[in-house]
Design a binder for this molecule. Structure first.
Ligand SMILES: [Fe+2]
Ligand SMILES: [Fe+2]
Ligand SMILES: [Fe+2]
Length: 436
């Protein structure tokens, strides 16, 4: 089968921005709301179409660097020192994906105070995203939005010429007169059902770009915590290996890797203290952890033209006997690609270290997986295939870990250096990856 998905980049970024929202309940809809306000400000301020597109996409991904410190994001009074860290991390995450290189520069300065940085070369677009972000967090979306307008205008105007560029605050005051601005802000899904198709990000991704963009999100998903730092990459590696044994084409193998990169995007909803818990999860924590499979399906389900990628990634916790979650699909409803992903995910998880145990050896993993296939949960043929090539599979897994461990170490060094530069009192995070 020749597989060319024709996925639209803007469509993908809009959906994946909902994944970044998951890291805190207070951020629900946040990235799309900031993108919407920023686009309106950019239009009113007379930016070019290109500039508007950049500002919009920067809004969609602006807090992608907030992997751990989320409590300050929605605090209007938080100091710029406490907010600058995630902006810098976001820049480093995004900068190497060429179509987002300009967006990365905007994200880097999205908490820069206007008065303090006037002598620096801060893009106008960063000031726009900054103002949009602060407007977005001032709204209480559970209350009537129109009744909040006077107080929001006052809080923003209090910082005109200080935190915020005066010309932009004027533009905002002009926009704020229109009820429709606020009503779309509250009903953000309605706005996004009619996003301007003229955006310069409204382009079809080829498989290479799709893989690179999914890789960027994989880092956001996995690098929050030492114990997941190589997970999605290794799942993609094992799934690709199994798919190759099953005769998948080059294009399909690339899509399988993308599915591996994104299969746990819903895990962004799991708090760090649960991911790092030094012991088995209690029942409530386990239930919350298991919701991640739903959120992966929910996010990926909103992307058009995803083809088989959706089922390969979203059904990785389904079981052939209907005892998986969250859909309880049966074997007849699970395509080979989904079965491959389930086997790859279980194998990777078993041989991975957990906070409370070391990774199992191959024999232990084999015995558990044979039990699972005997019970009818996972595909016995795939388990047989995996262990009949166990030396090659394990070799690939070890190489994949080495690669991600090096990247994880570099990433932590960058975060620690960023924190230290901003706040010398900040404590450094551990550098050692699990298999370092
Ligand atoms: Fe931010
Ligand atoms: Fe934000
Ligand atoms: Fe999972």
């Amino acid at each position: 089968m020749f597989l060319n998905l024709r996925i639209n980049m803007l469509d993908l970024l809009i959906a994946l921005s909902k994944g970044i929202d998951l890291v805190s309940p207070e951020l629900a809809g946040h990235h799309r709301r900031v993108a919407y306000i920023a686009l309106r400000l950019a239009r009113e301020a007379g930016l070019s179409k290109e500039g508007q597109s950049e500002v919009f996409v920067a809004g969609l991904v602006h807090d992608s660097g907030a992997l751990e410190d989320t409590k300050n994001l929605v605090d209007f009074e938080a100091s710029s020192i406490h907010l600058q860290g995630h902006a810098e991390v976001g820049f480093h995450l995004l900068k190497d994906f060429q179509p987002l290189a300009q967006v990365a520069k905007i994200v880097r300065h999205h908490h820069a105070h206007w008065a303090e940085t006037r002598s620096e070369d801060i893009p106008l677009a960063s000031h726009i995203v900054h103002l949009a972000d602060r407007i977005a967090i001032l709204v209480d979306y559970d209350q009537c939005v129109l009744s909040q307008v006077p107080s929001i205008l006052k809080r923003i105007s209090d910082h005109e010429g200080g935190r915020f560029m005066p010309e932009l605050v004027q533009v905002f005051r002009h926009m704020a007169r229109k009820e429709v601005f606020w009503l779309y802000l509250k009903n953000i899904d309605s706005f996004f059902s009619r996003v301007d198709p003229e955006s310069s990000y409204n382009i079809e991704l080829n498989n290479e770009q799709l893989l690179a963009l999914s890789d960027l999100f994989r880092v956001i998903i996995d690098f929050r915590c030492q114990f997941t730092s190589s997970h999605s990459y290794c799942v993609g590696e094992i799934a690709e290996t199994l798919a190759a044994y099953n005769g998948y084409s080059e294009n399909e193998l690339a899509i399988m890797r993308v599915a591996g990169n994104l299969h746990d995007i819903g895990k962004l909803i799991v708090p760090l203290d649960i991911l790092n818990k030094d012991g088995k999860l209690d029942p409530a924590e386990r239930l919350l952890m298991n919701t991640h499979a739903f959120h992966t399906a929910d996010i990926l389900g909103q992307i058009k033209s995803l083809g088989p990628l959706h089922d390969w990634a979203a059904f990785h916790h389904e079981r052939l006997d209907g005892n998986g979650y969250p859909f309880h699909l049966s074997g007849a409803q699970l395509p080979l690609g989904s079965r491959i992903m389930a086997v790859a995910d279980i194998f990777t998880a078993l041989v991975e270290d957990r906070p409370y145990r070391k990774g199992l050896d191959l024999e232990e993993a084999r015995s558990i997986m044979l039990n699972l296939s005997d019970e009818g949960g996972i595909d016995a043929r795939l388990v047989g295939l995996l262990f009949s090539h166990s030396t090659e599979v394990f070799d690939r897994l070890v190489k994949a870990r080495e690669l991600t461990d090096t990247k994880y170490r570099e990433f932590r060094l960058m975060i620690n250096a960023t924190k230290a530069a901003l706040d010398p009192q900040a404590s450094a995070q551990p550098l050692e990856p699990r298999y370092g």
